[in-house]
Ligand binder design. Structure first.
Ligand code: CMC
Length: 432
């Protein structure tokens, strides 16, 4: 909206006095109408899916979906993905500025020094079925950290929040890698603190005690990029979940576990796994048309996974970077003729030219490409969303901490439009 107003007036067709509402301006992007006083007039707003509602103010991430912009603390994602490692981006999200050399060294040491899990957590892993989905294991094991870290935790104390954030950043990769090791029947590999954050995760995923494992630098760089591109994304479903759960003062490990649960859904972080499953189901270029037609058919619930985004109505800037990384990785591994990759490229081309997708501005999103990169790296489909979760942990902890630092923050408690029965009299069993 150009020329943002400073106030709006709500008028009523039943003779009630108009209500004047202030308009709050942000530093970038749309202003918002401050409707907090409406409740005092007995009026509420209706906005399923929060299509038009800002639930908080935040300094962390800015998205302009029309222009395809994504900034963290003011820095364009393209620059961060090009020049930073994941822990620098995590530091930026948490602290507001990029670290200088000494801060980076201290932060990296702090995180890599906390990667081990309490030994008793091994028993919790072993309680899961061997064929459990890694995300099911992650929801439970990350949540169970709340049983280990609860004493002397004062979430209104910034230092206590920082300690929890460090623990989460350090331990979630170990939990993610071990959820894979557990289901594949391999021994847990303990973190190696001399490795980078990305290399260490690859080590814990792929190494075994039988052989030396040296992470491939091209794959480690691509993996680092996946982590950076997924680190934060404003008030998406899982981040809003973390904030909502946290708003009651809940334990931070339980809050992040709730975020992981939300992320798992195929409309959100589960899309990378769903995309690869879909490509495998399509199987051959001759079947692309059939699946495109299904995606357009309103009587069929099927959607083209990895396409569309609630906020980006132009290209997702993360998708553009991930698309480039995808080509780099496949080139480096000599996988350009991989049939599934070729199929993905054909699907991308057809969908980008199809009137249904063009008119609805449905472009491939970051998960369309990240799944292909992870598959090329040898990460199994079921681990894709777990990787997303470990990357998003940086955003979750930053947003959770920001919420607790905000004096305006309140317990999240939406209202509803009630459409059920009116008041009625109870009837005893023999009269119903
Ligand atoms: N395939 C076919 N049609 C689609 C798709 C799709 N992937 N996405 C949206 N549409 C259609 C939808 O049917 C609707 O059509 P119509 O106007 O005729 O009723 C129109 O496009 C608008 O869709 P919507 O459901 O109102 O849009 P939304 O903003 O609520 O949903 C979305 C966004 C991401 C949930 C949706 O596009 C989708 O389900 N995509 C597939 C799953 C996916 O790739 N998700 C990953 C998102 S990126 C990772 C992340 O940040 O979590």
């Amino acid at each position: 909206m150009n020329n943002q107003p400073t106030k709006v007036t709500l008028s009523f067709d039943n003779g009630n006095a108009p209500i004047e509402l202030p308009v709050l301006a942000g530093t970038l992007g749309n202003s918002v109408i401050d409707i907090r006083s409406l409740g005092q007039h007995g009026i509420f707003t209706y906005d399923p899916g929060f299509m038009s509602t800002a639930a908080c103010n935040s300094n962390i991430t800015f998205i302009d979906g029309e222009k395809g912009l994504l900034f963290h603390r003011g820095y364009p994602i393209e620059q961060l993905a090009e020049h930073c490692d994941y822990l620098e981006v995590a530091y930026l999200l948490m602290h507001g500025d990029l670290p200088n050399a000494a801060e980076k060294q201290r932060f990296t040491k702090k995180i890599t020094g906390s990667t081990m899990l309490h030994d008793q957590l091994n028993n919790i892993f072993r309680g899961y079925r061997r064929d459990a989905h890694p995300m099911a294991v992650m929801v439970g094991v990350v949540g169970s950290l709340s049983a280990f870290y609860f004493n002397n935790m004062e979430i209104l104390d910034p230092r206590h929040r920082e300690i929890s954030a460090h623990r989460l950043l350090a331990k979630v990769p170990t939990i993610a890698a071990w959820s894979y090791k557990y289901i594949s029947g391999q021994p847990f590999m303990y973190p190696q603190n001399h490795l980078s954050y990305a290399e260490n995760f690859m080590y814990m995923m792929f190494a075994t005690p039988c052989e030396e494992y040296v992470p491939n630098p091209i794959l480690a760089k691509a993996f680092e990029r996946i982590l950076i591109l997924h680190a934060d994304h404003e008030q998406n479903a899982s981040t809003s979940t973390v904030r909502l759960v946290g708003s009651s003062g809940a334990n931070p490990f339980a809050c992040i576990s709730a975020g992981i649960a939300s992320l798992w859904g195929p409309a959100h972080g589960g899309a990378n796994e769903a995309t690869l499953n879909m490509l495998e189901e399509i199987g051959d270029a001759s079947r692309i048309g059939e699946f495109i037609n299904r995606a357009k058919d309103k009587t069929d619930s099927f959607r083209l996974m990895g396409f569309g985004h609630r906020v980006y109505r132009n290209m997702d800037p993360r998708a553009a970077i991930m698309r480039k990384t995808c080509h780099e990785v496949l080139d480096a591994l000599g996988l350009n003729n991989d049939p599934l990759f070729k199929l993905a490229m054909m699907l991308e081309k057809i969908a980008l030219e199809d009137e249904y997708f063009v008119s609805r501005r449905l472009y491939p999103n970051v998960d369309f490409y990240s799944g292909i990169v992870m598959r090329a790296m040898g990460i199994p489909n079921t681990m894709f969303t777990a990787v997303f979760a470990l990357a998003r942990t940086a955003g979750w902890v930053a947003q959770w901490s920001e919420m607790h630092a905000d004096p305006q923050s309140k317990i999240g408690r939406p209202r509803q439009l009630y459409t059920g029965s009116q008041a009625r009299e109870f009837l005893p069993l023999d009269q119903r």
